[in-house]
Design a protein around this ligand. Structure first.
Ligand SMILES: [Ca+2]
Ligand SMILES: [Ca+2]
Length: 113
């Protein structure tokens, strides 16, 4: 588990324009999560497993991310926006989102909003 403060600092250093786009997309994703009654670590774990349901390798790859967002009801974002969000959540830039990245990225963003 990454130190949330360290992650927040990294987020603060993110280029401003890209960051505001990220915050906007995150807001849409969070809205979808809230409207489905998802909250807390347990709910997030459930959502993570749903995103990863294609192969269950505990990583969300780009394809799973796009499909997962649509299944979550996040249909009002473009592929470009989904890509920005994927990029933001994938802190170690290995092309996939692991559970820590998913949890920390979405939770820390609550503080940013
Ligand atoms: Ca996967
Ligand atoms: Ca990653």
């Amino acid at each position: 588990m990454r130190d949330p403060l360290q992650t927040a600092t990294a987020a603060a250093n993110y280029p401003t324009r890209k960051r505001s786009a990220t915050i906007l997309v995150l807001a849409k994703v969070k809205e979808a999560l809230y409207s489905r009654g998802v909250n807390g670590v347990r709910g997030m774990g459930r959502i993570f497993r749903r995103f990863d349901s294609a192969d269950g390798d505990r990583r969300i790859d780009r394809e799973e991310f796009y499909v997962g967002l649509k299944e979550l009801g996040v249909t009002n974002i473009s592929n470009k926006e989904a890509e920005i969000l994927m990029d933001y959540l994938d802190k170690n830039q290995d092309g996939t989102i692991d559970y820590d990245e998913f949890l920390v990225g979405i939770r820390v963003s609550t503080m940013m909003l």
